[in-house]
Design a protein around this ligand. Structure first.
Ligand code: GLY
Length: 254
């Protein structure tokens, strides 16, 4: 799981219309742009070469580029977002991936799948079955991954948008787990850092090589996570959190 590259998409003004399950009000566009620039800088600090794509005004959630593709060492997989308003985003990501991948596969409807529902641990993908990812999508993905020697299994996601909204892998056999997420049996062999309700966005961390990116502003969780000794890079993405966006959703890493 060594990453050298990242792809991000700058938010457009339409981000104020992004899908949201929370009542925190719309993001402030200028502040979101500023936070996005800081996010790009942090990816660079983690050693990644970052490709920044232009915004897609027709798609308010298009900045959450992780949801539309899954990138493995040997193939890219274009997803089929479960949110109808996001389906058109996939057309825009295909040409971006062409220069990097000779094998590009696709998930087809009625299967649905969003990248936020995938948690990778080594050579295994946990696929969250959520409001956005269904059994048919998970089955298609599992069959594709198997062709490339990658295993996968499904876990239920209830009360959270995506699997990685609730749980992320931070290395050294540790998970960040949001309070209120019922950890499925097959994830119980990991050591878990419990993220309290008051700090829920901090459950969504990204392990990037020898560093962990986490959302800034969550001191209790940061202190806990600090115990594993990996350098933490904290980035404020509060404007994106207003429309249920996490750190992982904002980039594709490969
Ligand atoms: N606002 C992010 C999503 O719902 O996909």
């Amino acid at each position: 799981m060594h990453f050298s590259n990242a792809i991000v998409r700058r938010p457009g003004r339409s981000i104020v219309n992004g899908l949201s399950m929370t009542a925190s009000g719309p993001p402030v566009y200028e502040k979101a742009l500023e936070q996005h620039a800081q996010y790009v800088k942090a990816l660079g600090y983690c050693g990644l070469e970052v490709k920044v794509l232009d915004c897609l005004e027709d798609y308010p959630d298009a900045t959450f580029v992780e949801d539309v593709a899954i990138l493995t060492p040997d193939c890219a997989i274009i997803t089929a977002p479960g949110a109808p308003s996001r389906r058109g985003e996939v057309e825009a990501i295909k040409p971006v991936l062409n220069p990097y991948y000779s094998c590009i596969e696709c998930i087809h409807t009625p299967g649905t799948l969003e990248g936020g529902d995938l948690m990778q641990v080594g050579n295994h993908f946990y696929i969250g079955l959520s409001q956005r990812t269904n059994e048919a999508g998970a089955r298609q993905l599992t069959a594709i991954l198997e062709k490339y020697g990658i295993t996968a299994s499904t876990v239920p996601v209830v009360n959270f948008l995506h699997l990685k909204t609730a749980v992320t892998y931070v290395g050294q056999n540790h998970l960040m787990v949001a309070e209120g997420f019922a950890l499925p049996e097959e994830l119980q062999s990991f050591k878990a850092f419990q993220v309290p309700i008051a700090e829920l966005p901090a459950a969504n961390c990204i392990l990037i090589n020898d560093k962990i990116m986490m959302s800034a502003g969550f001191p209790r969780t940061q202190e806990q996570l600090g115990l594993i000794g990996t350098e933490i890079v904290a980035v404020d993405i509060s404007e994106f959190a207003k429309i249920d966006g996490g750190l992982t959703c904002l980039s594709l890493r490969f």
